[in-house]
Every structure is written in C-alpha cells, then in structure tokens.
Design a protein around this ligand. Structure first.
Ligand code: ATP
Ligand code: MG
Length: 276
C-alpha cells in the first residue's frame, strides 16, 4: 500500500457504544501493517478490547496508556509489537486506565498529554499511521486523542439511530478544532455492521452518504460472525479468516484510506509564516 507523505493520525471516535470503533481500529491498523506500512495503535479504552484483538497482554498492572498519560512515561517504554502483523506496535490499555479520566482533571495541560508523548515518539520512530481507539464517551481520554490527531474516523453502525449522537460529536470536534487543534478534520466515515438483507441498513447507508458525501468510504463493512469471533482468539479477522467477507472488506477499506492519502499534501505545519 502507498505510504503517506507524512504520518497520519486517526482518532476513531463515536460516543455511541458498540458501533465498531475497536473492530475498525484494529482491522484497519492490521490491514495497513500487512500492506507493508508502519502502524502504531494507542488503546485509550480501559476495557482494552483493542489490545486483546491485537494479541497484546493488558492484564491489570500492565504498563501502557495509563503510564503515558498520568505518569508522563514515554510511549517508547511501553509499546509492544502485535502478533498480528510486522511493523504493528500497540500501546496497551489495562483497567488502570479507568481512573485516568478522573485523575487527569487535576493534571497540568491535561488535554495535551498524549500529543506531547506522541510527538516525542514520532521524532525517533518512523510511523505511517497512528490509530487511537477511543472509549464510548467524550471525556478527557477522547479529548486527548482529538488534540493529538489530525484526522477523525467515525464508524457508523447501519442500524436505527445511526446518526444519533453524531451531531453531538461534530459539535465537540468543532470546539476542539476552534480551541485546541486547528488541524483536526473529519476525514473518514465508515459504515459498519451492514446487513444486506434489511432495507433499513440500505436506508441508513444512503442517509449517511447524503450527510457525509466526501468522507464516507465506498467500502461498507458487512455484519459477519467471523469479525465478532476473531477477538476471542486474540486476533483480527484479517489473520483469523483472511478469505471471509469481513476480512476482505476491512482490507479494502484500509486500501481506500491509503490511496486517498496519496492525493494529500503533507499536513506538517508550514514554515512560511502562514497564519494559523
Ligand atoms: P465500545 O463503545 O464498547 O468501545 P465499539 O464501538 O468499540 O464498542 P466494537 O467493540 O468494535 O464496538 O463492536 C461491538 C461488538 O460488535 C463486538 O462484539 C464486535 O465483535 C461486534 N462487531 C463489530 N463489527 C462487527 C461486524 N461487522 N459484524 C459482526 N459483529 C461485529
Ligand atoms: Mg471499543
């Protein structure tokens, strides 16, 4: 897959629970890594589901995102390689991270912790893609990701109330953009858990494509048992059942994201004194 001109950082967010954030984060991260790119996934959810799916230990006490955000540890000290693909590194989240949402409140520059840690890491390591898997809330953990990233990827489940909460998310994104991170933009929407047998799924997909015409990827992720089984084997669907429809569609989505990047110009701040 083509490498982007500069590191692309994606926050995978939707405060609605169970829409496929984690499944999307791990399968896109693995897909790009299997495509030869260098990928870092940062697990920001105390449930640690992304760590599980990437075959990485996250039992209580395992150092990871908590130590970086609260303890000021370097990402480099706690990243571990995933068993899923070469060049795929993971910063795991353990249940310890559950306290971080509260503890961060009293920390200095609390919304910049992740950004600073990531900048330090990227100065020494070549990474093509960074994914932040966020919890289903718009608290300080998600805020740290919104400040550290430049692109937002919203997974939308093809079910009732699909767009419920998306307008709240868009308001939060615009607030963060205005106050904390002018480089942030919604670049990608991915339709997940599409059930081709129902008219509802097609209606939801059409509605999302109307709202987010440029952002929505052509590929849709089907509802698939293989996708939901994979994490219990500590795997992504890409290695669990590479020929399944779910694996093929996640790989295609990763390809679409990578190819879009080829058209992008570098997003690193220009040095020509352009106002920000
Ligand atoms: P949370 O808000 O709790 O973090 P989430 O948005 O990260 O949830 P996932 O954990 O990715 O959502 O998915 C929710 C559930 O749906 C999981 O059990 C997952 O295995 C299953 N799932 C995700 N995508 C699919 C799919 N395309 N087909 C079938 N099951 C899926
Ligand atoms: Mg999740």
């Amino acid at each position: 897959m083509p490498a982007p001109p500069a590191t692309r950082t994606f926050v995978v967010a939707n405060q609605k629970g169970g829409v496929g954030k984690t499944t999307t984060s791990v399968n896109l991260a693995a897909g790009l890594a299997l495509g030869g790119l260098s990928v870092l996934l940062i697990d920001l959810d105390p449930q640690g589901n992304a760590s599980t799916a990437l075959g990485v230990d996250h039992s209580p006490g395992t150092p990871g995102t908590y130590e970086v955000l609260i303890g000021g540890a370097a990402i480099e000290s706690h990243v571990v390689p995933s068993t899923e693909a070469p060049h795929l590194m993971v910063l795991p989240a353990s249940i310890d991270l559950a306290g971080a949402e509260i503890e961060l409140v009293s920390v200095v520059a609390r919304e910049n912790r992740l950004l600073r840690a990531l900048r330090t890491y990227l100065a020494d390591h070549h990474v093509d893609y960074v994914f932040f898997d966020c919890p289903p809330s718009l608290g300080l953990l998600t805020l740290n990701a919104l400040v550290a990233a430049t692109e937002i990827l919203i997974p939308i489940q093809c079910e009732y109330y699909a767009l419920e909460g998306v307008s709240q998310l868009m308001r939060t994104i615009n607030l963060v953009k205005g106050e904390l991170n002018p480089d942030l933009r919604l670049s990608t929407v991915l339709l997940t858990m599409f059930d081709a047998r129902t008219r509802l799924a097609a209606q939801v997909a059409a509605e999302v494509r109307t709202h987010f015409a440029d952002e929505t990827l052509p590929t849709v992720i089907p509802r698939s048992v293989r996708i939901s089984e994979a994490p219990s084997y500590g795997q992504t669907v890409l290695t669990y059942h590479p020929d399944s429809a779910g694996a093929v569609s996640y790989l295609r989505a990763a390809q679409e994201i990578a190819v879009r990047a080829a058209d992008l110009t570098p997003t690193t701040p220009s040095t020509n004194g352009a106002p920000r």
